[in-house]
Design a protein. Sequence first.
Length: 187
Amino acid sequence: MSDEQLSKMIERMAQTKGVNVSPELLKEAVKRVVTVLSESSMSAQAPAHKGLDPKRDYPLAQKRPDLVQTSTGLSLADITLDKVASGKIAFEDMKIRPETLEYQAQIAEACGRPQLANNIRRAAELTRLSDQRVLEVYESLRPYRSTKKEMLDIANELESKYQARICAALVREAAEVYEKRGRLRRE
């Protein structure tokens, strides 16, 4: 089904419910549905690229642009200065996909840089959070900003709500270290 067909179907559904939907809102809804569907299919395909070869595949943008897409499904070729200047490309169109970060992590591992790979995987997990929530978590992780319970609550939220297990483990580790070094906020 094309984007246009999906748009018309949603418009008809809205009309049968007596809902007036603006073309802009409809376009955004279709875009989000297509993005979710694309992400689902990309998630299923991600393991097929396991073991990327740094000599053959890095840098991805040059040697494997087929693997690099934004969170809304745009390729690098789709992003131009003219489109950005004219408003055809929005901020959301510029965000990286978690799959792209996973490919970068595979390259880092293949180069013998497991810590970098782990950092990149944490970044991939953080793409599931809103920008605002990422900043709030960051602020909470600064010394003397949170109690141990608050930090453990953040870790639980990351794990249960966002499936960000690597990030959750880091926050739990930080809570223990902060406790040992006296860097927690006093209750």
